[in-house]
Design a protein around this ligand. Structure first.
Ligand code: NAP
Ligand code: GLV
Ligand code: GLV
Length: 325
């Protein structure tokens, strides 16, 4: 008998077809609305596998309903939305999709850095609004990228890919991470520093850690105060690594110059959020890995890992290998 799986969002047809060959598939068919928690709570009782997104909260209460569940395959590298300890306790393997989205997310991080530095969105809005009357010497002047200093917090796959891009702009790259990466230092020329020095010396600060208990608000009032008045903060990790209230204050008071944000504490960000009132904030709707090619690769990898996990083969990227012991 075929195993049963639930897919929490409409996926590309070719990926769904592949899964239907192996499993009895139920899918939340909507594109722009996530599956409500109450529906997922019902569906999860009957399935052996779950194909999920970063928009689902997979907590202990939900997992306790999942009596048959063996695999959760999330189509993301970050898995802070899943209670891994609770899953492990029930011997449910959790797989994610690192690697395939690294370069695409580093591209977007660099795009956000450049957009914030050169006020690209503000300038485009200026043209569209009909404000452009003449060229003038100091109109919409921003910050130089070439030759500046980039500080990367969390020097993993995406952080290192960002450092490789920075080399082309002759940037000095500082990094702070949980562990030192001497091999990556040789490859990228990045210099390991403590967090305080990184914050003081960088023109751009990019956060690229996972969201964990340790990294929550790793950028808070104190860290923002250490940054240069001309510094620009880029967050393509998770919203909660930055204290948004403190960030708003720092931007409003001119303690830092600008911010480029792809992620927010609450997604979608509420339209009356104070950050959206600031012209020096570039806000994107969590599109770090959003290229056609990469999203397809992520979907295929997540599907393959679900297939492997349910067929008794070790998936390539298991977050909690403790379940194999
Ligand atoms: P990764 O390879 O695991 O890199 C994360 C790095 O952060 C690792 O080097 C890790 O250090 C470091 N780190 C962990 N905890 C830390 C701490 N407390 N202090 C300092 N450094 C710490 O992951 P990745 O593929 O680069 O992805 C990073 C994160 O980006 C993901 O977890 C996800 O949340 C986010 N992301 C966002 C988007 C988007 O659409 N905006 C797309 C992809 C990913 P060690 O090497 O010592 O473990
Ligand atoms: C996206 O944010 C991811 O974690 O893959
Ligand atoms: C600008 O367009 C210049 O020619 O300097």
């Amino acid at each position: 008998m075929k195993a049963r799986i639930y897919i929490t969002r409409k996926l590309p047809d070719e990926v769904v077809r592949g899964l239907q060959e192996q499993f009895h598939v139920t899918m939340w068919e909507k594109v722009d609305i996530p599956v409500p928690y109450e529906i997922l709570e019902k569906e999860i009782q009957h399935v052996d596998g779950l194909f999920s997104m970063l928009t689902e909260t997979i907590d202990e209460k939900l997992l306790q309903k999942a009596k048959k569940l063996k695999v959760i395959s999330t189509m993301a590298v970050g898995y802070n939305n899943i209670d891994i300890a609770a899953a492990s306790k029930q011997r449910i393997m959790v797989t994610h999709t690192p690697g395939v989205l690294t370069e695409t997310t580093a591209d977007l991080t660099f795009a956000l850095l450049m957009a914030a530095a050169r006020r690209v969105i503000e300038a485009s809005d200026y043209v569209r609004k009909g404000s452009w009357k003449t060229w003038s010497p100091m109109l919409l002047t921003g910050q130089d990228i070439y030759g500046s200093t980039l500080g990367i917090i969390g020097f993993g796959q995406i952080g290192q890919a960002l450092a490789r891009r920075a080399a082309g702009f002759n940037m000095k790259v500082l990094y702070y991470s949980r562990s030192r990466k001497e091999h990556a230092e040789k490859e990228t020329g990045a210099i390991y520093t403590d967090l305080e020095s990184l914050l003081k010396e960088s023109d751009f600060v990019s956060v690229l850690t996972p969201l964990t208990a340790e990294t929550k608000h790793i950028i808070d009032e104190k860290e923002l105060a250490l940054m240069k008045k001309t510094a620009i903060l880029i967050n393509t990790a998770r919203g909660e690594v930055v204290n948004e209230t403190a960030l708003y204050q720092a931007l409003q008071n001119g303690e830092i110059l600008a911010a480029g944000l792809d992620v927010f504490q609450e997604e979608p960000i509420s339209m009356d959020h104070p950050l959206l009132t600031l012209p020096n904030v570039v806000a994107l709707p969590h599109i770090g890995s959003a290229s056609v090619k990469t999203r397809l690769a992520m979907a295929h990898l997540a599907a393959q890992q679900l297939i492997d996990g349910l067929h008794g083969k070790r998936p390539e990227n298991t977050v909690n290998p403790i379940v194999f012991e």
